[in-house]
Design a protein around this ligand. Structure first.
Ligand code: B12
Ligand code: SF4
Length: 507
């Protein structure tokens, strides 16, 4: 161990999944920004995606090995033994673990335990929305020394410098740690957060194990048959969102006193910076960009400009998250809103062959209460939008509907099923019904704990879209599952239901 030349490892933990889920490798932007920042500061850093393993591990021994665990979830990625050997060999001073998914909490803590078993002196840190929201659990485990509570593009270097000096974490901000057995949370100072996104470090995409990702052999981010795999990478042109849906992390991040910092507001990179990033990705052989913005389509002119330039570079584009149907609505006759054909066309031309169509609910009351009222169904006909996108523009649209809000009635859920049916008839590829999950880090989580819908010691392993985790809901959990299963089969085409069943990736 050398305090002068610290050796840092950043790691995406192995994954645990339901048997119907498609395994996906790590490689999210979180650690790529941190690795970029450390490298810019001349700090030695390695990146390990434990879902696919290190260079000496085969995919058969990691990504494709599904091991059933006692909790009923299958685990993929490096085994405890492989991780131990890797840590022993690397002799890392600091190990940073990404924890953005609650459903992967156990995996993150397992990595921390192994790191501490190999060397109790290693500084083990974790960050990401989940680690922050569950900071007490992480710290009380005894295997995590420090949790970052916000964006850490600047903070990560401060953490390493503090470790180098052997100084107390008390002098840092945006971190949580144990002091005399109590959790201490240091507030986020505004200067810790990068307001001008052009000043962010360039994500260290070159450290991703692209060779392994290429060899997985299927498009790991798309469930749709027929989408050709090509080298892909995540990119974000913005952070935050102009909405604040209660089930989303942004709801708790729009507030000057938020523990995660006031980071939920929409911040944009300049187009020049975005194109610089695209050039870098292209030089790494990437041909398929996954735009992971929370609200990619918010600024039409800007997005159009980006799409046009990317198209000229002959790159494929997908988006996994940030489509908001409200952005396709333009004023029409009699105070109604109509689909923005031009915007859809631009997306299509940019290679946007498919996108997620997040209706969320057919009940305006639910949309207003939980989803920022982002859609006004009395003014905007989403079935017509579906028709235009699929039948006129030839795009694939995958519908998401949420059911099981605490006070949602069965009648309101059935409204959603009816709308889903109409969307399929209008051309949707398929509809997925997600059971509402109050993820830690969202306002819904806080409300669920306060309202007695979730107990303080809830099991993170159950935090997935298949399981109702809330109790005391107006429609009981058992009935929500019945309705979901019936609705999925009732709404989707028999061919789709059959193909999902045969591939074990249904629902
Ligand atoms: C990309 C993404 C995905 C991709 C992930 C691809 C992959 N390779 O794993 C896909 C599509 C597969 C996906 C799936 C899911 N996702 Co998702 N996803 C995202 C998304 C849009 C972007 C993540 C990202 O890159 N952010 C940008 C980076 C820069 O921010 P960051 O991750 O927060 O990292 C910063 C800090 O947190 C901190 N930090 C992070 N890690 C670390 C580590 C250390 C050591 C330190 C010091 C700091 C630190 O510093 C970073 C830089 O500033 C987020 C939303 C969001 N805006 O974050 C949702 C999000 C993470 N997903 C979410 C959900 C719910 C899911 C699903 C459950 C959806 C579903 N119904 O199936 C699944 C779960 C998958 C799983 N493995 O379990 C939730 C998570 C909530 C939770 N508490 O679990 C989020 C927050 C969205 C939301 N609306 O709330 N997702
Ligand atoms: S529109 Fe999407 S990203 Fe924005 S707050 Fe709502 S759920 Fe979150």
């Amino acid at each position: 161990m050398s305090r002068q030349d610290p050796k840092v490892l950043l790691i995406y933990p192995p994954n645990q999944l339901m048997d119907i889920e498609i395994p996906r490798p790590g490689g999210t932007l979180s650690l790529l920004y941190l690795a970029g920042a450390l490298r810019d500061a001349d700090i030695e850093v390695n990146l390990l995606d434990a879902t696919v393993g290190s260079e000496s591990d085969s995919l058969q021994d990691t990504f494709f090995r599904r091991v059933m665990q006692p909790n009923g979830l299958t685990r993929i990625g490096m085994s405890a033994g492989q991780l131990r050997a890797y840590f022993e060999k690397g002799k890392y001073d600091i190990i940073g673990i990404s924890s953005i998914f609650t459903s992967q909490t156990r995996m993150a803590l397992q990595v921390a335990r192994i790191a501490k078993q190999v060397n109790p002196e290693t500084l083990v840190i974790s960050g990401g929305g989940n680690a922050q929201a569950l900071s007490s659990r992480f710290l009380v485990s005894g295997d995590v020394d420090l949790v970052s509570t916000s964006e850490s593009d600047n903070l990560i270097v401060h953490i390493v410098r503090a470790w180098q000096k052997g100084s107390s974490f008390d002098n840092l901000d945006a971190v949580a740690f144990l002091k005399d057995g109590q959790v201490v949370t240091k507030p986020v100072r505004p200067e810790t957060i990068c307001r001008n996104l052009d000043e962010l470090p360039i994500p260290a995409w070159d450290m991703l194990p692209f060779g392994k990702y290429d060899n997985i052999g299927f498009s790991t981010r798309s469930n749709t048959p027929g989408v050709e795999p090509s080298r892909y990478a995540p990119i974000m042109t913005s952070r935050g969102c102009q909405f604040r849906c209660l089930y989303c992390h942004n709801s708790e991040e729009k507030n000057p006193t938020s523990e995660r910092g006031n980071i939920g507001h929409l911040r944009l990179k300049s187009i020049e910076r975005v194109m610089q990033e695209v050039e870098i990705l292209r030089s790494l052989g990437v041909r398929h960009l996954y735009f992971e913005d929370d609200s990619l389509l918010a600024k039409k002119e800007r997005t159009t400009n980006i799409f046009r330039q990317v198209t000229e570079m002959d790159m494929q584009i997908s988006n996994i998250n940030g489509v908001n149907l409200a952005h396709f609505a333009i004023p029409g006759p009699e105070d109604k809103l109509v689909p923005d054909q031009e915007y859809l066309e631009i997306m299509k031309q940019a290679g946007f062959g498919e996108f997620v169509f997040p209706v969320e609910s057919a009940s305006q009351r639910i949309l207003d209460k939980y989803a920022s009222g982002k859609l006004d169904l009395s003014r905007f006909d989403v079935v017509e939008l579906m028709r235009v996108a699929t039948q006129e523009k030839g795009m694939k649209c995958l519908v998401n509907i949420m059911i099981g809000f605490p006070d949602e009635t069965e009648e309101e859920m059935l409204q959603g099923v009816e709308l889903a049916k109409q969307l399929i008839d209008a051309g949707a590829t398929y509809v997925t019904f997600f059971i509402v999950t109050p993820f830690p880090g969202s306002k819904l989580f806080t409300q669920a704990i306060e309202g007695g819908y979730l107990s303080e010691d809830f099991d993170p392993d159950r935090m997935n879209w298949k399981n109702p985790v809330m109790r005391n809901t107006v429609v009981p959990p058992k009935r929500i599952v019945e309705l979901r299963d019936w609705a999925w089969e009732h709404v989707n085409t028999p061919e789709y239901v059959q193909s999902r069943r045969s591939h074990q990736i249904g629902g």
